[in-house]
Design a protein around this ligand. Structure first.
Ligand code: HEM
Ligand code: HEM
Length: 138
């Protein structure tokens, strides 16, 4: 298994652990519901999306019989996705306290997270199509 596949699977379950912990905190202490967007994105962008990234990078090359189009891009995407989500969570947690850095963290994190998603779209799309020239694949 590629290291970035393992890294996506482990970051996915780590975000699940963090996300459900915040969920329980919100359930027992309703004032924490101001952090709901952080909970939602830890679970949906962290757990669900990163699980899909990791599983897709493992199975789609096997289903299609094509090598992954760009392994280095998948590794870069792991960093973008995790740094992006971390910044988004910081932004979502600071926003209810009117901290002026909150929109900056949220905006930067959102751009990184979206860039990660675009990398995935490109890499999987081109993998499904298969490369014309296998020698140039990285
Ligand atoms: C132990 C597990 C969990 C607990 C205790 C928990 C708890 C909560 C609480 C207290 C809320 C706020 C509800 C409100 O606004 O009144 C909430 C919202 C939400 N949770 Fe969780 N949660 C858990 C796991 C998850 C998971 C695994 C996901 C997704 C995969 C998830 C997705 C959401 C979503 C999307 C919302 C927002 C719903 C809305 O917009 O109305 N939660 N959760
Ligand atoms: C680049 C990635 C993403 C960005 C920048 C982003 C940004 C946002 C923002 C700014 C909000 C409004 C939060 C608020 O009410 O203050 C929001 C809400 C929400 N997003 Fe995302 N999002 C992203 C990806 C996703 C994904 C992939 C999912 C689901 C798979 C998702 C599910 C939701 C849900 C369910 C809400 C409503 C939250 C609530 O009930 O409080 N988002 N998102």
């Amino acid at each position: 298994m590629e290291w970035f596949v393992k890294a996506f699977l482990k970051s996915s379950i780590s975000w699940l652990g963090l996300g459900v912990t915040l969920g329980v905190a919100m359930a027992v202490h309703p004032q924490f519901i101001v952090y709901r967007p952080a909970h939602v994105h830890m679970n949906l962008l962290g757990f669900v999306t990163m699980m899909i990234y990791g599983v897709a990078y493992h199975v789609i090359p096997r289903f299609t019989g094509h090598q992954l189009r760009n392994r280095r891009l998948a590794a870069v995407q792991w960093w973008l996705a995790n740094a992006g989500l971390l910044l988004m969570v910081v932004g979502f947690c600071l926003a209810p306290h009117a901290v002026s850095a909150a929109p900056v963290a949220l905006g930067a994190g959102g751009v990184l997270s979206a860039t990660a998603a675009y990398c995935f779209v490109y890499n999987i799309w081109r993998t499904i199509d298969g490369a014309q020239h296998p020698a140039v694949r990285t």
